[in-house]
Design a protein around this ligand. Structure first.
Ligand SMILES: [Zn+2]
Length: 640
């Protein structure tokens, strides 16, 4: 899922210039917190218990546009997980349940059940063993507008099924129906075990107005004209996936088709924007090719479609083979002249088709194994398609975004304690997780990094993933113990606040670098740091480990260094406060190896415009090869 990003572009650009708040802010916030219910802090959120496993889901549904309701029948094929059982619990939120039965030789036999408005507890006709599959039938009416559910930062509410302008009273809006499953919204419109550690194949038979098209998971295998203004569309998904990825949409869309290795790649787009479809979505086949190449695993699914929904409650959602986008994806020809503002979101949702859809976070506590990868895929795609600076800029904005929220330093990346399951869709699971992956890539190198991702996907495909499984894949690939890294970053919280000072010792012909960790937490981070020391125009690279609150490092320097560049590859997830001269920053700008090196130099120059060295940097930056640097230079000439 991609969060709602109405303000994101604006916000991120401004993050280039603002000073990130220090520990004090978090501390102040802590002190001023009002008394609130914190009982959730003691409620461990583990793996959802599996008593019965979903195998196959067949739904037959029609829509009541007048009441905004779905009339459905579902046949759920299941089997007990490890021991025999004669009961089945299904999530079914706010529905009317008309009938519950067991299928026996194509005949139905009614079953007893208790329904409390959220869960149906069904008494099966007998005890079934794990080797017995059985099929339960339920006839129901889903009433999403009468069900009240809480949303989150990532999604605005959670009623699962949305009727947009169903009676057509608003002439400015199209008539659409669409669903949003994550986290557990699917069970508002389909009785199901609505947990991420369940997987099912599916068949949806949707009766829709003939004038509209439908989209769902898998392939459209058949269409039947009812000759009454409606049509039945039959969608089949032969590979298993989690219930939160179940999806359908119905509306008036043009369908623009591409192809990738014989698989249909399609863009369902409101007709007004049909001409722009390829400009908006057209890089999708190239993205698939790139991600296949990186991961060494072909796109696993039968097709890939993308669609947009009006009044969509999130930014975008990776429903398997049928990604849904906010209507901000719709850009006209003029807007597209400035570039495709939705490109990174398109990459994000596609990458979920490996990390999320193929291997699914086992519980919401482990959501980062979905979202950190999707977040980091944005950096990977931009690095590949637009160059190293564009990738570094995407990575940097993610880092700044996370650092701009000091209270998020209190949250573990793998979150076993949270108030609402929607709360885990935050800057920690996404942006911090993405930066942790960037550090891991830098630590082990590209070959081992992508090799470990391949191993993790192959070993867990059509199953579930966790940070522990990820650690095992990386240890297997690298042959190294990585407990320290995973304990520090995945099963811990926060990040280092580092003060860096340097001193030239003329008598010893050495430069002293002092790295001091100042975070408030009673915790010292283990940090592998790459340091470039430039002396007389010559670069020497050193690798050191910072493991203490204060570490001192000495490097040879025959003369005063032109510059010392700590974290030379800009890989670390930290807040850094550094004292360097304008002369060193000027040298850094002109000998930079990374986008962030140049940005740091310009930010310093912008504060020292009376210094000729600073002016030389700003003047040169107006001709920089990367537009973000040029924009920053222009802004520094006119700070208001
Ligand atoms: Zn996502």
């Amino acid at each position: 899922m991609q969060k709602n990003r109405t303000m994101r572009k604006f916000l991120i650009f401004n993050l280039l210039f603002i000073v990130i708040s220090l520990n004090a802010t978090a501390q102040d916030k802590q002190d001023s917190k009002e008394i609130e219910d914190t009982s959730w802090k003691k409620e461990y959120r583990g793996i959802p218990t599996i008593e019965n496993e979903l195998v196959h889901t067949k739904m037959v549904a029609s829509f009541d546009y007048t009441k905004s309701q779905l009339n459905g029948e579902v046949w759920l094929n299941l089997r007990p997980h490890i021991k025999a059982t004669n009961t089945l619990s299904l999530d079914a939120k706010g529905m009317d349940i008309h009938q519950v039965a067991i299928m026996m030789n194509k005949k139905m036999s009614s079953l007893k059940y208790v329904y409390d408005g959220l869960v149906i507890k069904i008494q099966l006709d007998k005890s079934y063993t794990p080797s017995d599959n059985y099929t339960v039938y339920i006839k129901y009416t889903a009433k999403p507008n009468e069900y009240k559910a809480k949303g989150s930062a990532a999604i605005n509410d959670a009623k699962g099924l949305y009727f947009i302008n169903p009676l057509g009273k608003d002439s400015t809006k199209p008539i659409q129906i669409w669903t949003q499953g994550e986290t557990e919204g699917t069970s508002v419109w389909l009785p199901i075990i609505d947990k991420p550690n369940q997987k099912s194949t599916q068949e949806f038979q949707l009766t829709v107005p003939s004038k509209y098209v439908s989209l769902s998971n898998g392939l459209l295998v058949k269409q039947i004209d009812n000759k009454n203004g409606t049509r039945v569309d039959i969608w089949k998904m032969d590979l298993p996936h989690a219930p939160y990825l179940f999806f359908f949409a119905v509306g008036d869309y043009a369908i623009v088709k591409d192809n990738y290795k014989g698989k249909e790649i399609s863009y369902y787009i409101e007709k007004e924007y049909e001409k722009q479809a390829r400009q908006i979505y057209g890089n999708t086949p190239a993205m698939i090719a790139y991600y296949e190449d990186l991961l060494g695993i072909d796109f696993p699914w039968a097709k890939y479609a993308q669609i947009n929904g009006r009044e969509y409650v999130s930014g975008a959602m990776e429903n398997t083979t049928a990604t849904m986008h906010n209507d901000m994806v719709l850009q006209d020809a003029r807007e597209l002249k400035d570039g495709n503002a939705w490109e990174s979101t398109i990459a994000h949702e596609l990458f979920h088709h490996w990390f999320g859809d193929l291997v699914t976070a086992e519980s919401w506590s482990n959501i980062t194994v979905n979202e950190s990868f999707a977040d980091y895929s944005q950096t990977l795609w931009l690095e590949h398609s637009k160059g190293k600076d564009a990738g570094a800029y995407e990575n940097f904005t993610g880092l700044r975004y996370y650092l701009s929220s000091p209270s998020d330093a209190e949250k573990d990346l793998v979150r076993y304690f949270y108030k609402e399951r929607e709360d885990v869709f935050d800057l920690v699971s996404y942006q911090k997780g993405g930066r942790v992956l960037n550090m891991l890539r830098h630590l082990v190198g590209d070959k081992a990094f992508f090799g470990a991702l391949h191993t993790y996907l192959v070993e867990n495909k059509f199953g579930t993933g966790t940070a522990v499984k990820l650690k095992e894949a990386f240890e297997k690939e690298t042959g190294k113990d990585l407990n320290w890294f995973f304990n520090q970053w995945y099963f811990g919280s926060g990040h280092p606040y580092v003060r860096i000072e340097q001193k030239y010792i003329d008598t010893a012909k050495k430069v002293l670098i002092i790295v001091q960790q100042n975070q408030l937490q009673d915790k010292i981070f283990t940090l592998p740091i790459g340091i470039d020391v430039y002396v007389a125009g010559q670069r020497n690279h050193y690798e050191v480990w910072n493991k203490k609150r204060i570490d001192s490092f000495y490097f040879d320097a025959a003369t005063l260094p032109d510059n010392v560049n700590v974290d030379a590859d800009k890989a670390l997830l930290w807040f850094k406060d550094e004292s360097k001269t304008m002369s060193q920053y000027a040298f850094q700008y002109f000998h930079a190896r990374n986008f962030e090196d140049r940005l740091e130099a310009i930010n310093e120059a912008a504060e020292n415009v009376s210094d000729p060295k600073a002016l030389a940097v700003l003047k040169a930056a107006l001709q920089d090869s990367f537009y973000v640097i040029r924009a920053r230079a222009i802004q520094s000439y006119n700070p208001s």
